[in-house]
Design a protein around this ligand. Structure first.
Ligand code: TYM
Length: 329
């Protein structure tokens, strides 16, 4: 039997080149693994969202999965809110998750700092729902960017604790972090992660950005006065980030990139990065638009994905209920 892969993305705003860098690698996994990808709309509502915005972002994200090349026949693609077992398992797991370990989550600490007026309980228990997502499907491999590693690790800890108490109920998951592109950085402040919520639009490349916008943003990206194209994240974070972006867009290694631009300045390097990114995102953007224009097809894929995901999830939940001793009649 093939090992199972599970991952997800939150439908909050447009996706960035950082998401592309991580999720762009997912379609190839279907050759080797049994893959499930979720639009984690329940996770999205830890921040205040207008209902019509959530609906729109959810459709756009599902269309993006398809546009990235995730074939809905070879993968299960579904919405988290369409499978009720996620919420139920999340509650059960929360009774096996410690307050202290949730308090140590970096993302919780960062998000509470940035959202001081809305530090809700959902933000705090967010990693438990994420553990439920993963454990419901017996996922062995969870491909994520570097910022989600800690969340997959806590899912693993919760899993081991639960299995220790009730027997081998769940498969123990592990994070899969790509060697290149697991942390694409902000174009203007390359010590910060590229994120969709940055105040300055010029710091972030969005998958939906038009070619001219991408070119303008990359031309403005921060570099340094040294002038050489070398991979040195500590001393040359801006250039290292552009090399990472170029590597994700072209598949070239850092050695190959250094050779390609040896003796050439940023005046040659930056436009090459910009063209490569525009070339790789353009077909994705056009496909997203195409899928968004075909609501009937999008809805049909979502319904089918939900049915297939649900069939797996209810079985796991049944196993959990039995193991924990819930009365059955
Ligand atoms: P989210 O929606 O923030 O991001 C989705 C995926 O994209 C990766 N990513 C990046 N990778 C490289 N560079 C960046 N700048 C960058 N920004 C984002 C993230 O690491 C992630 O892999 N909690 C998760 C969603 C989730 C999930 C799950 C993931 C919910 N349940 C179960 C895996 C398994 C999140 O908020 O991802």
């Amino acid at each position: 039997m093939k090992q199972r892969v599970f991952s997800g993305i939150k439908p909050t705003g447009h996706l960035t080149f950082g998401h592309y860098s991580t999720a762009g690698k997912w379609p190839a996994l279907a050759e080797q693994y049994d893959c499930i990808y979720c639009v984690v709309d329940l996770h999205a509502v830890t921040v205040t969202l207008e209902p019509q915005v959530l609906r729109q972002d959810t459709r756009e994200l599902y269309a993006t999965y398809l546009a990235l090349g995730l074939d809905p026949e070879k993968n299960i693609l579904f919405l988290q809110s369409h499978v009720p077992a996620h919420s139920e398992l999340s509650w059960l797991l929360s009774c096996h998750t410690m307050f202290g370990e949730l308090s140590r989550m970096t993302q919780f600490k960062d998000k509470s700092k940035n959202n001081a007026n809305n530090i809700n309980a959902g933000l705090f228990t967010y990693p438990v729902l994420m553990a439920a997502d993963i454990l419901l499907y017996d996922a062995k491999i969870v491909p994520v960017g570097e910022d989600q590693k800690q969340h997959v690790e806590i899912a693993r800890d919760i899993c081991l604790r639960f299995n220790g108490k009730f027997g081998d109920v769940f498969t123990v998951p592990e994070p899969q972090i790509a060697k290149t592109g697991a942390r694409v950085m902000n174009l203007l402040e390359p010590e910060k992660k590229m994120s969709k919520t940055d105040d300055n639009d010029n710091a972030t490349i969005f998958i939906m950005d038009e070619r001219d916008t991408i070119i303008k943003k990359i031309k403005r990206a921060v570099t340094d006065s040294d002038g050489g194209v070398r991979f040195d994240p500590e001393n040359k974070p801006g250039v290292a980030n552009l090399m990472t972006i170029y590597s994700v867009a072209t598949g070239k290694t850092f050695d190959e990139i250094e050779k390609e631009f040896d003796g050439k300045g940023y005046g040659i390097f930056k436009p090459a990065v910009a063209e490569a990114v525009a070339d790789c995102l353009e077909p994705v953007r056009l496909k997203i638009r195409g899928y968004l224009d075909d609501t009937a097809r999008l809805d049909a894929y979502m319904r089918d994905g939900a049915e297939r995901a649900n069939a797996i999830a209810v079985k796991t939940l049944e196993r959990v209920r039995n193991a924990m001793g819930f009365y059955k009649c």
